[in-house]
Design a protein. Structure first.
Length: 381
């Protein structure tokens, strides 16, 4: 028998569907966080087991040496049996037997610990896969809900749009979600992890003071201050990547110099060069932000995908245009393949269009990459 239609409007149905998707996203997030907590606890347990195995092996080596010595002594007594008293012979036999029992017990304990270690490693791998699947599901749900909202609100216009436009919109949403995931991981692996270590370290200070005295506790406090300083530095780096405050205060050129110095500091073995020719101009905020992001994306791609060891940024200030070249000595790529797949290039195209500019790419496998941006402006904008 057919179900009776309850007369809900499409908006109501759509909102209910979005609410259910959001609830699913929250549930997956909870699973991810619980799995992550279990992962950290199990990782600590694994370290304890590894330490225990190392101690057991050292004890076993010591017992094995003692057992060999006892056997040699037992062989000597057996050869000259009549030269020893009954008590002496009994003592040698008893000592050799006790050492053999201890060694057997040690080997059995080592075997159990190794089995426990292997089991923990397998469980850690399963938890890690669960965390990764949960993160991917959350990302997919975010992309789906964002795309559905965008598509539903503009349904009349969407009917007239072709598939290329839809694909382009989806790529932008995917790029945004990828950037959010990257930021989430940076915060989790950086400041969040550091602050968790600070919390654990702070719990040790009181115990250190009681057991080892003020000097040792003071050393712990000094180490704690250094960890907080590192966490603060990491937070500032992330904030700087999101929106450099110097961009508004000092302008584009000083901000790019500072950004490249920061990148060089955080990436050992990578050299960055910056050159600005011509009379520098202060541009509107949206222009300076767009140019900064274009250069930032170019440098990021050169490091992450191009595996570059040297990157150069050259700016040429002309009468009514600024040209920027980002050159690297990385692996390069096939332009025909990458231009249809790269979220970074889609983002660059979007940004350059916002400031009515254009850009060209010169790259091939094994020959590095050159990004050329041409951005027009009017004096006194």
């Amino acid at each position: 028998m057919a179900k009776k239609i309850d007369g809900k409007t499409p908006d109501s149905i759509f909102n209910t569907m979005l609410a259910e998707m959001e609830q699913a996203r929250q549930d997956i997030f909870v699973i991810s966080e619980e799995s992550r907590l279990s992962y950290e606890q199990m990782k600590n347990e694994l370290e304890d087991v590894r330490t225990e195995i190392s101690a057991i092996i050292n004890t076993g080596d010591f017992l094995e040496e003692k057992t060999r010595a006892a056997r040699r002594r037992l062989a000597e007594v057996s050869q000259c049996f009549s030269s020893f008293t009954e008590n002496q012979v009994s003592h040698v036999y008893k000592q050799a037997n006790e050492l053999q029992v201890q060694l057997s017990s040690n080997r059995s304990e080592e075997k159990k610990c190794r089995q426990k270690r292997d089991k923990l490693q397998r469980r850690l791998q399963i938890l890690l896969q669960t965390i990764e699947r949960a993160e991917n599901l959350v990302t997919q749900l975010n992309i789906a809900s964002s795309y559905l909202v965008s598509d539903f609100k503009n349904v009349d216009e969407a009917i007239d749009k072709n598939k290329t436009t839809q694909d382009y919109s989806l790529r932008i949403i995917e790029a945004q979600e990828e950037e959010r995931k990257k930021l989430s991981r940076e915060i989790h692996d950086g400041p969040a992890q550091m602050m968790a270590n600070v919390l654990l370290r702070s719990d040790l200070i009181e115990r250190t003071y009681r057991e080892k005295g003020a000097d040792s506790a003071f050393q712990e406090i000094t180490a704690l201050k250094e960890m907080v300083r590192q966490a603060l530095t990491e937070v500032r780096r992330i904030i700087y990547d999101l929106r450099p405050m110097t961009l508004d205060d000092l302008g584009l050129v000083p901000t790019l110099k500072k950004y490249m110095d920061t990148i060089e500091e955080y990436n050992n073995g990578i050299r960055l060069n910056f050159l600005s020719n011509g009379k520098e101009e202060r541009l509107p905020n949206n222009y300076e932000t767009a140019i900064f992001r274009l250069v930032q994306e170019g440098i990021s791609n050169a490091i992450r995908h191009g595996k570059s060891s040297e990157i150069s940024v050259e700016m040429k200030w002309l009468k009514d245009q600024v040209d920027i070249n980002v050159t690297d000595n990385g692996t390069g790529f096939d332009q025909e393949i990458v231009k249809h797949q790269s979220f970074g290039l889609v983002g660059m195209k979007e940004r350059i269009e916002l400031v009515e500019g254009n850009f060209l790419i010169n790259s091939s496998p094994g020959n590095g990459t050159v990004l050329m941006f041409h951005i027009p402006f009017k004096k006194g904008m």
